[in-house]
Write a protein of this length. Structure first.
Lengths: 333, 265
């Protein structure tokens, strides 16, 4: 077992700030606190070699739980074990075999060329020359690192920076990789490259990966398992196909007409909204198909453009959380 | 140790990249040296008898004080790195590395300082010897004392800067405190004015503070103003400060670290 988390709880103490001079004095002598429970009784296990999508709305407790797994935050209660090590008690030992990429932050040094940062990391992690060379070759092949290895990090494009950060995170052959929004803000081509790379190292080197993202595409392309949390609680833990089958039934067809039209009904669909010449129709995957709807509409009006919109992960999460889409399949995993 | 060389090499490379900065720094040091050199020359010309030491000793003191700033530069210290990392929320990235935090910062800073010692400090002294009557130490022992003392001075400065860095973790912004700190350091360390010219009451206070160990002690050893027992005692006091400040830094960091571990970064 790579990761074992049991009844994990993290509470933050937040000081209530009172307004005004009287309030400030009161804050000094008699501060009052509210306790915010960021992670609430979380339990899960991850096997070696798994690639798990870890999602939830902003503020759901994803980062807090990742921080506890990486050993920079102590849990309020519960247990965490990564590769047999308790991360917060043994930060340095844990750090030696984990790799981390946080989309919004970089572990490379801003002012120096990428390759210099890598050389420093080689010494920080005490990587042997042979291993360093081998990994560098791998990154050249898969991430085309050589294209920008002599450029200072501050001059890199976001896609390049992300590739460089992935290389930095994997240089010491970690067994565990934490990716926090690794594709955020990256263009489609670069995104595809990043995804392929993540997939490849997961399959070839059996590196266990936890991937936090808001991009459903990342989850679909990469993960076989998905954990959804909200308000610090696990609300879904299971397979990705299944969640699509279970929750991805509602799709949306956006149709643009030649002119602005009054609202009208189409069989088996729900008219959601109109905006100028465009209308949104929601439909259930099992009840009808886009082509049926298009046929029905185009027999009466002329269509300029159309688009099928897949359900957003945020929306699914919201639906799951609101209890609208709970099914018996959810209990698996 | 490997980490230390790695940072030294990196400083060298980035210095090679910012060549313009390098030359600007050299030029500005020479301006400072030129200024203090003439101030002391003028003062000595006005009232030759009112200083305890010779003009040559005095100018050597002043030149050395300015030249040492190339290695004790305020804006390359650990406090600058820490406050930058804090501002960008990157301190946690450093915590995810398998190295001791204080050691990491020490290696980073010592590597750069080592590089500066040879590429800025020594050349500055050589040029000063030619243009500004900068003298070699009178005896071999004075020179040896000086080198040991500069090493301890560096450690003391690192210890103080690290504590400044700890303050920046708590307050996020240290720019205003930093200015005051630099001013205090420059004045109380005897970098510009030797401490024996201070009134006895102030000098007494300074004697129990660590600042004089940074500039005053090494420079006084160099010009032979501190001799024999005094020299050994001054170096011993430096060593005590190294232990105290490094230990204090570790203690404060461990407190801040455990608070960060509970309350988040």
């Amino acid at each position: 077992m790579m990761i074992k988390v049991e009844n994990l709880v993290k509470e933050y103490k937040l000081q209530n700030r009172k307004e005004g001079l009287k309030g400030t004095i009161a804050n000094l002598f008699n501060p009052s606190f509210t306790v915010k429970r960021a992670v609430d009784d979380l339990s899960f296990e991850i096997k070696e070699g798994e690639l798990v999508g870890y999602i939830g709305p902003n503020g759901a407790g994803k980062s807090t739980s990742i921080k506890m797994l990486t050993g920079i935050l102590t849990p309020t209660s519960g247990t965490v074990e990564v590769n047999g090590i308790v991360p917060y008690k043994n930060r340095k030992a844990n750090a030696q075999h984990i790799g981390v990429v946080f989309g919004q932050k970089t572990q490379l040094w801003w002012d120096v060329p990428v390759i210099d940062s890598l050389v420093l990391l080689k010494d920080i992690y005490k990587i042997s020359d042979a291993q360093y060379k081998k990994n560098l070759n791998l990154f050249n092949d898969l991430l085309e690192l050589h294209e920008f290895q002599n450029t200072p990090v501050r001059q890199l494009s976001l896609g390049q920076r992300m590739r460089a950060d992935l290389a930095a995170a994997l240089l010491h052959n970690p067994r565990m990789l934490y990716l926090d929004e690794p594709t955020i803000g990256v263009d489609i081509v670069a995104k595809e490259k990043l995804r392929n790379f993540i997939k490849e190292i997961n399959q070839d080197q059996k590196i266990t990966v936890i991937l936090t993202t808001h991009d459903m595409g990342d989850i679909e392309k990469l993960c076989n398992r998905m954990m959804i949390i909200d308000h610090g609680k696990m609300i879904y833990d299971g397979n990705v196909d299944q969640i699509r089958r279970t929750f991805g039934m509602e799709r949306m067809l956006v149709v643009e007409f030649e002119e602005e039209l009054a609202d009208f009904e189409v069989p088996n669909t729900k008219h959601i909204r109109s905006e100028g010449k465009r209308k949104w129709f929601q439909f259930h995957r099992l009840q009808t198909t886009p082509s049926e709807i298009i046929t029905a509409i185009s027999s009466r009006y002329s269509i300029v453009d159309l688009e099928v919109v897949e359900p957003e992960i945020e929306e699914m999460v919201r639906n799951i959380y609101n209890g609208e889409l709970v099914s018996e399949e959810v209990s698996e995993g | 140790m490997r980490l230390f060389w790695s940072f030294a090499r990196q400083s060298f490379q980035s210095r090679a990249m910012y060549r313009f900065d390098f030359w600007m720094e050299i030029i500005s040091v020479f301006f400072s040296i030129y200024a203090v050199y003439w101030i002391w020359n003028t003062l000595f010309a006005q009232s030759p008898g009112s200083f305890e030491i010779s003009l040559a000793q005095m100018t050597t003191y002043a030149v050395l004080g300015m030249a040492m700033e190339t290695i004790f530069l305020p804006w390359i210290g650990p406090q600058v790195y820490i406050s930058e990392q804090m501002k960008h929320g990157l301190l946690e990235m450093d915590l995810m590395k398998p190295v001791d935090f204080q050691f990491h910062l020490f290696a980073r800073n010592a590597g750069e300082t080592f590089f500066r010692f040879f590429l800025l400090f020594i050349p500055t002294l050589l040029v000063s010897a030619y243009f500004f009557d900068f003298k070699l130490p009178a005896t071999f022992l004075d020179g040896a004392y000086f080198l040991v003392s500069v090493f301890f001075a560096y450690m003391i400065l690192f210890g103080l800067n690290f504590l400044m860095g700890m303050i920046s973790i708590v307050t996020i912004n240290i720019e205003s405190i930093s200015w005051a700190y630099q001013g205090v350091l420059r004045f109380l360390s005897g970098q510009v004015v030797p401490l024996w010219m201070f009134p006895a009451s102030i000098a007494g206070v300074l004697a129990v503070l660590p600042f004089q160990s940074i500039y005053y002690v090494p420079i006084s050893l160099y010009i032979g103003e501190l001799q024999g027992v005094d020299a050994v005692r001054a170096i011993a006091i430096q060593a005590v400060w190294v232990v105290v400040l490094m230990g204090l830094g570790r203690f404060v960091w461990s407190r801040i670290y455990s608070k960060m571990m509970v309350q988040g970064g």
